[in-house]
Design a protein around this ligand. Structure first.
Ligand code: UDP
Ligand code: MG
Length: 140
């Protein structure tokens, strides 16, 4: 099934100059870029995007991290794009992520928050997240 998913190259990815490396891994898995922009995150967008975490004690720390430098937001398309992207990315905690995954290779092993990249986790969240960041005419 051909799907679209939303990926965010987070501030630590940009600071470590890993944007090209990370995108190359997705492209090597036959995922195609359908939309792309660089933005700085804001509190209203982060409260929406991380609504499921808003009551967690780390929410403020997560928000400050996501705002500290611009990010690249991407729509990727391919066969089972949502699951494929999450598999290449690895689990949320980089310390638990196997070598060869993006988080396993590049994420911070001590600080869970700093895990390089976001990817949608379901068809419902992919649809909501794509429309959060892109107008329909910006997705090719
Ligand atoms: N996060 C964190 N501490 C936690 C869990 C999550 O700082 O204990 C951050 C981390 O950056 C993660 C983001 O919050 O990527 C969103 O959490 P989610 O559970 O949705 O994980 P993801 O879908 O990114 O793997
Ligand atoms: Mg998530």
């Amino acid at each position: 099934m051909t799907e679209k998913t939303l990926v965010i190259l987070k501030p630590d990815c940009m600071e470590k100059k890993l944007a090209g490396t990370v995108l190359a891994r997705f492209e090597a898995a036959d995922l195609e870029v359908k939309a792309c922009k660089m933005i700085r995150m804001t509190d209203p967008v982060l409260r929406e995007h991380y609504a499921h975490l808003i009551d967690k004690p780390f929410f403020g720390f997560l928000s400050n991290y996501m705002k500290r430098n611009p990010v690249i937001v991407l729509v990727l398309e391919g066969e089972n794009a949502i699951a494929t992207t999450r598999k290449i990315l690895g689990p949320t905690k980089s310390a638990d992520a196997p070598a060869g995954t993006i988080r396993g290779d590049f994420g911070d092993k001590e600080i869970v928050t700093f895990n390089i990249c976001h990817a949608s986790d379901s068809p419902e969240s992919a649809t909501a997240e794509i429309s959060r960041f892109f107008k329909p005419e910006e997705v090719f």
